[in-house]
Design a protein. Structure first.
Length: 82
């Protein structure tokens, strides 16, 4: 994992930026739900790829679907790497 994203707060911020970039919505925050924000299956694929590129973490589509906000996904990643 890339060292600049070792804590859940940094991961949450990075994931929020990924959500904003992929969905094209600058007003999304850490609690914004991917699907409620108009996310599609293509967005899910893009997000999974960007998470790997930015965070160096390999997450599954079902993980993003089950943890559809940056905050929730960051907590999931943190708990799964503990």
């Amino acid at each position: 994992m890339k060292t600049e994203y070792q804590n859940v707060s940094d991961r949450t911020a990075a994931l929020t930026e990924i959500w904003r970039e992929v969905l094209g919505e600058e007003d999304l925050d850490e609690t914004s739900d991917l699907l409620d924000s108009g996310g599609t299956s293509l967005h899910l694929l893009q997000i999974v790829g960007k998470i790997y590129d930015v965070l160096g973490v390999d997450v599954r589509l079902r993980d993003v679907f089950a943890h559809a906000s940056p905050q929730s996904l960051a907590a999931f990643i943190d708990s799964s790497q503990a």
